[in-house]
Design a protein around this ligand. Structure first.
Ligand code: RB5
Length: 163
């Protein structure tokens, strides 16, 4: 699959390891940079990478920053993106199988190259378990997204908030 990729300076130390793991597992990175360790603003990178997924140019994405958190926060602002920081293999795989996670976020100041490679391998090898309970939960997330976007004709507050 095509895997959109982006990093800021904080994720730079594991950049090459992640790209190598994408290629070594038979996938193709779509690299949005950065290719240097100079400071940049992670929202600028995350937006480009996420746009590639939402626009259909990539199936999944991997984002790196110092902790993984900043990239994750930005990515999840975009409806249709299900991003998470996963620094353990169980979450990296289960996040795809149960939650259809489509963006993996990693922290280059938290984990090293070997663990980053393992997490990428697990993330890319996993596929969504299409059990009814998982699809039902995803549909609930999509319902929330439509409500927040005002696409269902309702206000953006939750029913509880306006009751
Ligand atoms: C950059 O110093 C750092 O804030 C960024 O890489 C990221 O960790 C934010 O979450």
């Amino acid at each position: 699959m095509i895997v959109a990729f982006g990093t800021d300076h904080g994720g730079f130390p594991i950049r090459e390891a992640v790209l190598r793991a994408i290629r070594d597992t038979g996938h193709e990175p779509l690299d949005f940079g950065v290719q240097h360790p100079d400071p940049v603003d992670y929202p600028d990178i995350a937006e480009k990478v996420v746009d590639a997924v939402l626009g259909g140019r990539a199936e999944r994405a991997i984002l790196l920053c110092g902790s993984g958190v900043g990239m994750c926060v930005v990515a999840n602002k975009f409806p249709g993106i299900r991003a998470c920081v996963c620094h353990d293999p169980y979450s990296a795989g289960q996040g795809v199988r149960h939650d259809d996670m489509n963006v993996l976020c990693l922290g280059g100041r938290v984990i090293g190259a070997a663990l980053a490679e393992e997490l990428v391998r697990v993330f890319l090898a996993a596929s969504f378990d299409r059990f009814e309970r998982h699809r039902r939960r995803l549909e609930k997330i999509e319902t929330i997204e439509r409500r927040l976007l005002g696409l269902d004709g309702r206000q953006s507050e939750s029913p509880e908030a306006v009751a």
